[in-house]
Design a protein around this ligand. Structure first.
Ligand code: UGA
Length: 440
């Protein structure tokens, strides 16, 4: 089939490349000229494991094409995927302006022909239904995406569910047939195709992300209790996960949830609730707990490390490993608070150094390094914000000798408390009761 993907962010690009790998011909459209030029040359503007190799091999096979003008490709494809971003505004309302622009462009170019338009962008419940009433000529399907950054290709090739949210019951069986055809070479179980209505599909997407956020906020709340009582958070996490009704995913305590999706969707759901006169107490509490968790960690640093001309080294600025995405990253929030408190800051992240140099180019108090241990030199403390393998496997003795004083704040629990203390570190973690290192 000929498929068209509008929006080449992580979701659009990964989805389209996986369809192409499974035998479809895929056209990608994006109004960002620089991004399109990079993609045409086999490069991506963001880091995602395996994506560039796949991109380059599909370009060589000529099964994908990139353009900044939808007119060039619209007539080739019956099926259009919309994967543009739907960020939130300052108040947390979902902003669908890019989605509306894409639909206006489609409607203008298609004249009298009709298309099947699949909305993958995350939108408020009822959005797809309203769009189908406005752009009557086309068939709309809501099919939100569940892939994660850092494992986008793997997740796309092995989806755990595919939602087919129709705007009209009479279109449901045709839509199911279409999806089965698109996914025929993916070798999927038939149960993963969930036929539903578009509004339910939209709410499933929000519910999934807020549910994951809830688990993280809950384990973080328990980590505070463990830290104060001396209970063992690792054993608590393990034992909770043994209950099959709970399971062991999304139970790692840390600096809270970040990234471009979980925080955004929680805020957007709260505002959607407000718009229909519902105060979403749980979702609000999830957001508040997430905020408190990070602030508590920042307070630990500021209380311990005296400010005057002290240098703090931060390892990891991406919101999680295997991505260079720093949207809503814990590290950036920590850095901003430390700058306000007049610290000097050394930064290192395996994939973000170029972006960091641009962000902090006019801030002499921030230095960006391309080597983890160079960043540690002369620093008065190390703060770990992202659990990259490079940090998990780092030589602890080398960390100690590079630091001015052996103080470590571990926001991702990548080191072991006992070992750190044995090695003479003053070690602060999440969920572990702090014991002062009297040898210092
Ligand atoms: C999330 C969802 O997991 C995807 O299913 C969804 O498709 C995607 O949002 C989206 O809506 O596009 P992603 O933003 O890539 O994916 O990130 P996650 O891997 O879910 O991690 C989110 C945050 O939670 C990260 O900051 C991570 O460090 C944190 N986290 C995760 C924890 O603090 N503890 C955990 O146990 C798990």
């Amino acid at each position: 089939m000929n498929l068209c993907i509008i929006g080449t962010g992580n979701i659009g690009l990964a989805t389209g490349l996986c369809f192409a790998q499974k035998g479809h011909v895929v056209d990608f459209v994006d109004n960002d000229d620089a991004k399109i030029t990079l993609l045409q040359n086999g490069q991506t503007s963001h880091y995602e494991p395996k994506i560039e190799i796949l991109l380059q091999s599909l370009l060589a096979q000529k099964s994908i094409n990139f353009t900044n003008n939808i007119k060039n490709v619209i007539n080739k494809s019956e099926v259009l995927f919309i994967t543009v971003g739907t960020p939130i505004d300052n108040l947390g309302h979902s902003d669908t302006s890019s989605l509306i622009s894409a639909l206006e462009a489609i409607d203008k170019c298609t004249e009298s022909s009709s298309k099947t338009i699949i909305i993958k962008s995350t939108v408020n419940p009822n959005t797809t239904l309203q769009l189908s009433k406005k752009y009557k000529r086309h068939t709309f399907v809501s099919s939100p995406e569940f892939i994660r950054e850092g494992s986008a290709i793997k997740d796309c090739l092995n989806p755990d569910r595919i939602l087919i949210g129709s705007t009209n019951k009479s279109e449901s069986s045709n839509n199911l047939r279409l999806f089965k055809e698109m996914y025929q070479h993916f070798n999927l179980k038939k149960e993963i195709f969930v036929e539903t209505d578009s509004t339910t599909a939209e709410l499933i997407k929000y519910s999934s992300n807020v549910f994951l956020a809830a688990r993280i906020s809950l384990i973080n709340e328990f980590s505070v209790l463990a830290e104060k009582t001396g209970a063992d958070i690792d054993q608590l996490q393990f034992a909770l996960g043994l209950d099959p009704r709970i399971g062991n995913h999304y139970l790692s305590p840390g600096l809270g949830f970040g990234g471009s999706c979980l925080p955004k969707d929680a805020f957007a759901l709260v505002q959607f609730g407000n718009s229909i006169d519902e105060n979403l107490l749980m979702t609000n509490a999830i957001i508040q707990t997430n905020f408190n968790q990070l602030n508590r960690f920042i307070e630990k640093i500021i209380n311990k490390v005296e400010r005057s001309s002290k240098k703090i080294c931060i390892w990891g600025t991406a919101f999680k490993p295997n991505t260079d995405d720093m949207r809503d990253s814990a590290a950036l929030k920590i850095i901003s608070k430390l700058i306000q408190a007049k610290y000097k800051i050394h930064l290192y992240d395996p994939k973000c150094s170029h972006q960091l140099s641009l962000i902090f180019k006019n801030q002499p108090e921030v230095s960006v390094f391309t080597d983890a241990f160079e960043a540690l030199k002369n620093a008065d403390a190390l703060v770990v914000c992202t659990e990259w393998d490079e940090f998990i496997n780092a030589d602890l003795t080398k960390i100690k000798t590079h630091l001015n004083s052996p103080v470590v704040f571990d926001g991702r629990r990548i080191f072991k408390n006992n070992l750190m203390r044995q090695l003479g570190f003053d070690y602060y973690s999440i969920g572990t009761k702090y014991e002062p290192n009297n040898s210092l």
